[in-house]
Design a protein around this ligand. Structure first.
Ligand code: UD1
Ligand code: UDP
Length: 374
């Protein structure tokens, strides 16, 4: 069996590298990795951390790229790879424009697509934008669906997708086997100097397209007020490389002594910091799955989530993008130990770290006869 994995952004790489490593244990599968290069530095950091080497890199990233250029560049550049490699299956991940464009390109070559992290939904095609539509379209195209949770499976079934679904857990939990270590020493020098034992550290990230502009200003203004009120709390904000994010964040949050604005952390630093921080404020999708695993409360800086499992379990709260709401909800957790303790418990709705193994078993079981030696 020839499996071609296509991914291109930081979160896809973090969640696909464990699958690449698992596939490579199986000699009966020829594993080919094609990066679209939708991200550059942020993708390289992850590939390096997992020790995964790509076979192709389409290298499409442009400064301040648009959805149209991402999509068209991938469609054009991946076609020869698909024609040369003739894979039995193309595996894509999640909801990025890389995932959708790669799935569409595979469909044009009539190659079956397996969708890792299938079935997440908010129900609003404009939020998150364009991710909700990307995952809907990718699921339409796919033949195999690796759904992290039962809820994701039932979302697919509601849309009339009844065949080819496997509930596997999320491969992000598998990634911790590579990234999280006892007595970890941070690569980032500024983070290395932070006293995680004696200081409450609030980890902040925000990058979503629908939050650019006023919502991101609101988020930063709330952080600024919190930092001024709680001088003993350390805010650490690794700022996404998108210039549209950096302009706003540095404009509002520079020069505040207890707000550390740093470049994106490599995934080893990031996961180990998450394991040791006080709480997390984020609009990220992946971080909503990771922080609950470490028992860290998460305030989601969005109006919705496609990951309601940890909300139901009580460790994640969706607080919206208004300055006052974000400020108020954070104050509750910083000031009130009881409220903090209610949220700070580890839950694992996203799996047991064996998702990649389940995906590989499913692939070997389902793909064309003769392709498996088992
Ligand atoms: C993309 C995904 C989003 C995902 C996010 C993860 C789409 C439409 N969006 O959004 O779903 O949550 O990745 O981070 O697929 N840049 C760099 N270096 C990098 C990465 C980005 O300079 O390594 C800059 C470039 O100027 C680039 C810009 O960031 O044009 C935006 O990147 P893009 O991939 O379009 O959007 P993200 O917000 O990263
Ligand atoms: N992450 C990282 N370094 C950072 C910020 C995030 O390694 O500076 C990791 C984070 O732990 C998670 C993933 O990147 O695994 C989430 O990526 P992002 O928030 O960019 O995308 P999303 O998950 O929202 O699509």
């Amino acid at each position: 069996m020839r499996a071609l994995l296509v991914f291109g952004t930081r979160p896809e790489a973090i969640k696909m590298c464990p699958l690449v490593l698992e596939l490579k244990k199986h000699k009966e599968v020829e594993t080919i990795v094609c990066l679209t290069g939708q991200h550059r530095e942020m993708l390289e950091q992850v590939m390096h951390a997992f020790g995964v080497k790509e076979d192709y890199n389409l290298d499409i990233m442009k400064d301040r790229q648009t959805l149209t250029t991402i999509t068209t560049s991938i469609l054009e550049k991946i076609e020869p790879v698909l024609k040369d490699e003739c894979p039995d299956i193309v595996l894509v991940h999640g909801d990025t424009t890389t995932s959708y464009a790669a799935a569409l390109a595979a469909f044009y070559q009539q190659i079956p697509v397996g969708h890792v992290e299938a079935g997440l939904r908010t129900g609003d095609i404009y939020s998150p934008f364009p991710e909700e539509m990307n995952r809907l379209l990718t699921d339409r195209i796919s033949t195999y669906y690796f759904a992290p949770t039962k809820l994701n499976e039932s979302n697919l079934k509601h849309e009339g997708i009844l065949e080819g679904i496997y509930v596997t857990g999320n491969t992000v939990i598998d990634s911790f086997a590579t990234t999280v270590k006892d007595n970890y020493e941070y690569h980032n020098k500024a983070v290395r100097d932070v006293d995680f034992e004696n200081k409450r550290v609030i980890l902040v990230t925000a990058h979503r397209r629908e939050n650019l502009g006023q919502p991101l200003c609101n988020i930063c203004n709330a952080i600024k007020r919190l930092a001024k009120k709680y001088k003993d709390v350390q805010f650490i904000y690794p700022v996404h490389l998108n210039p549209a994010v950096r302009d706003t964040v540095f404009d509002i949050l520079s020069d505040i002594s207890n707000v550390m604005l740093i470049d994106p952390l490599d995934v080893l630093d990031m996961h180990n910091m998450m394991a040791r921080c006080f709480m997390v404020m984020t609009d990220s999708g992946g971080i909503q799955e990771e922080a609950p695993h470490f028992g860290k409360p998460v305030l989601v800086l969005r109006t919705e989530t496609e990951r309601p499992e940890a909300v139901e379990a009580g460790t994640v709260k969706v607080v919206g993008v208004e300055e006052e709401d974000i400020y108020r909800e954070a104050v509750v957790l910083i000031d009130n130990r009881n409220e903090y303790d209610k949220m700070a418990h580890a839950v694992n709705p996203y799996g047991d770290g064996q998702a990649s193994e389940r995906i590989v078993k499913a692939l070997i079981g389902r793909l064309p006869a003769g392709s498996s030696t088992q």
